[in-house]
Design a protein around this ligand. Structure first.
Ligand code: MF3
Ligand code: CO
Ligand code: CO
Length: 288
């Protein structure tokens, strides 16, 4: 009897005949188990990682500059001016400007605005406000994306707690990630922490691959089941950017500008974001 040779499923997005690396084997294994695995171009080269790191250094400097000038009485337009001028004078390009029609160089999201707030000369920061400033910098063609919350003066204990818990969610998401984990492992821990504190996680927006473009695969959801979503392997670069609401997670988009995302119940929202590199030993922050 002729023994039937079992057909080996060698795909991992069309592997060639060369010997398999350890990483190839793991990816192939998960692919054969039906999991979502990264395309080859999502695994960055050494040179690309160096470029993204340089963009990250500039992006951090931009946010530090915002931190120096932000105060009661300034407008979100003034934040935009600082971001634009600092970025350009250091050889970078603010990625939001003209991105899919976005009219400004930075997103400024005040209180109940969840994200994608548009800087405005008539929007003046007041004592007690909480604001997210989200900067994305292009340097030599490489992208880095990060955001911070700023508390203007002193705010209420509940708003301060929201800002703190949102930051903890990012840190917890970062610690939940390790090489060959899944996106869902991160989201699961983030949502658990938000819910434990009585807050909700926005579901309509997510983190994303980044580096060669503004938004790449994978989608990085901030909620979900362990083991769901894409496999994360060394060399991948992506953001985690949980948006945490004080009330309900539902949001709407301002019809007038088509951008501003607001919590449906108009209760405050907070978000922190970093760009991360997956390494052999876990996540490295590229936007410190
Ligand atoms: N920086 C945002 C993010 O974290 C995206 C902003 S898109 C813009 O993904 F057009 F509003 F700038
Ligand atoms: Co982002
Ligand atoms: Co961002």
């Amino acid at each position: 009897m002729i023994q039937k040779k079992k057909k080996i499923k060698r795909n991992w997005h069309t592997l060639q005949g060369q010997p398999l690396t350890e990483m190839d084997k793991i990816i192939l294994d998960w692919q054969n188990k039906g999991k979502l695995v990264p395309k080859r171009e999502l695994i960055k080269s050494k040179e690309q990682i160096e470029g993204i790191k340089r963009a990250g250094v500039l992006n951090t400097a931009v946010l530090d500059e915002v931190q120096r000038i932000i105060a009661p009485g300034i407008s979100t337009e003034e934040i935009n001016t600082v971001v634009h001028e600092f970025t350009v004078s250091h050889g970078g390009i603010p990625a939001p400007l003209n991105y899919e029609g976005f009219p400004k160089s930075v997103c400024t999201s005040l209180n109940e605005v969840v994200c994608h707030g548009i800087p405005d000369p008539d929007e003046i920061l007041e004592e007690g406000d909480i604001i997210n400033v989200d900067c994305t910098t292009i340097l030599d063609g490489f992208f880095a994306d990060a955001s911070r919350m700023f508390v203007i003066g002193k705010t209420t204990p509940q708003k301060q707690k929201l800002v703190d818990v949102a930051k903890e969610c990012l840190e917890i998401g970062m610690k939940a990630a390790h090489p060959y984990c899944f996106v869902g492992d991160i989201g699961y821990e983030i949502a658990k922490h938000a819910h434990k504190n009585g807050f909700s996680v926005v579901r309509d927006l997510c983190g994303h691959g980044v580096g060669l473009e503004f938004h790449e695969e994978p989608d990085v959801l901030h909620y979900g089941k362990k083991g769901s979503g894409m496999l994360l392997v060394p060399g991948m670069v992506f953001t985690i950017e949980p948006m945490i609401n004080m009330g309900d997670w539902h949001v709407f988009i301002d019809e007038d500008d088509g951008w501003t995302v607001v919590s449906e119940d108009e209760l405050p929202s907070a978000q922190w974001e970093h760009t991360f590199l997956m390494t052999e030993s876990g996540l490295e922050i590229l936007t410190y």
